[in-house]
Design a protein around this ligand. Structure first.
Ligand code: FES
Ligand code: FES
Length: 162
């Protein structure tokens, strides 16, 4: 009988940097990012694919990293919030969230911003309804969403999102 906890080697690129690791087959991608790589900007909320706090990009599309195994990212490219901007040079969406008071506790914000990034790449000039629909899979317990929509609209209209 095979050993279910036997670790397997993976190689992936996270925020432009290549990582080689060995993981248990059941290690979730979010736990791998947070605990193995120390990238704690990706948050864990429901762990059931409902809240969107764990949203990252896999090969340029958003995914819920609580629902993926790290092994499924083998050979792929992951972008987390840490890969988006720096303290000195925030990404335009991060600037817009800050400027428009679109976060309170900030727990949802990393996933919200990555969802917004995907939305604006697909639709650079969304209506407020389209912004709400695009972020509908990301839950926020603090803000009432008004300033989040305002921030995404401002980022879409004011600055180039890349
Ligand atoms: S923690 Fe992954 S969707 Fe909630
Ligand atoms: S800012 Fe607190 S959950 Fe959204």
């Amino acid at each position: 009988m095979s050993d279910q906890t036997e670790k397997i080697p993976i190689a992936l690129v996270v925020n432009g940097r290549r990582h080689l690791a060995t993981v248990e087959p059941r290690r979730s991608l979010v736990d791998f990012l947070r605990h193995d790589l120390g990238l704690v900007g990706t948050h864990v909320g429901c762990e059931h694919g409902v809240c969107g706090a764990c949203t990252v990009m896999l090969n340029g599309r958003t995914v819920r990293s609580c629902l993926l195994f790290a092994a499924q990212a083998d050979g792929e490219e992951v972008l987390t919030i840490e890969g988006l901007g720096t303290d000195e040079a925030l990404h335009p969406l991060q600037q817009a969230f800050q400027r428009h008071h679109a976060l309170q506790c900030g727990f949802c914000t990393p996933g919200m911003i990555l969802a917004a990034l995907e939305l604006l790449r697909d639709n650079p000039d969304p209506t407020d309804e389209e912004i709400r629909a695009g972020l509908g899979g990301n839950l926020c317990m603090c803000t009432g969403y008004v300033n989040i929509v305002r921030a995404v609209r401002a980022a879409a209209r004011g600055e180039k999102v890349k």
